[in-house]
Design a protein around this ligand. Sequence first.
Ligand code: HEC
Length: 244
Amino acid sequence: MRTLILSILLLLSSHSYASSGHELESATIDLSNKASLQRGAKYFVNYCLSCHSAKQLRYSRMAQDLDIAPELVELNLMFTGEKIFDGMTISMRAKDAEKWFGVNPPDLSLIARSRGPDWLYTYLKSFYIDEERPFGVDNTLFPKVGMPHVLADLQGLQRAVYKDVETAGGGVKRVIDHLEIAEPGRMTEREYDKAMDDLVNFMTYMGEPAKMERQRLGWKVLVFILLMLGIFYLLKKEYWKDIH
Ligand code: HEC
């Protein structure tokens, strides 16, 4: 009963995200694109894993699914002395995190499932300069966000361009029209979009590594069923051939 109530609550909350009115940009998700997943893993480990864990994904599992040799995973993707069979944990303590950010950075294992890939993609592109916020940035999709723009060296910093809209009461309200690059980063806009596709692709994989296995298995099961169908059909013909 409790799980039922919980899942209903979850459903309701994801609905309210969807209807928040912010248009989402769509991410290109392709779980069979290993090169993209590998690049995404690198971004994730380098830019996110310092604050967010992904406890449900083991390094060994990732090595296998993404076709990376375990030695290379240890060399390039593991920095804090974990073992290959460990999940992706972090060394920051929850208490410190709360002191620094006001909130605890959540575990991201299942984030692509709760928020959806398009939400993540849009979120990662929606940071803009706001001097009044503790880290100097805010986010159009997640107002008053407690996370700094950790990808600013890649994307650069965006500023908000405002426009005036009339309110129902006849007044005028200033709202954000769009964001534009104010200080360029190391990547062009297109390169950054592509990098975010890779990162979100990886986070989607992270939410369900079993999916790839299922897709592989799925084909075998289908072929098996078709084969059996053929055999049963022949058997049926054989049984009934003398009965008229
Ligand atoms: C310096 C620490 C830090 C780093 C590095 C960091 N984050 Fe965060 N992140 C946070 C904090 C703190 C929050 C909580 C924000 C809030 O609730 O206001 C957060 C929130 C989020 C959320 C929203 C979770 C939700 O649904 O409430 C997402 C998604 C996210 N981070 C993704 C990422 C990704 C992807 C990266 C790597 C590119 C990353 N973060 C790197 C600190 C960090």
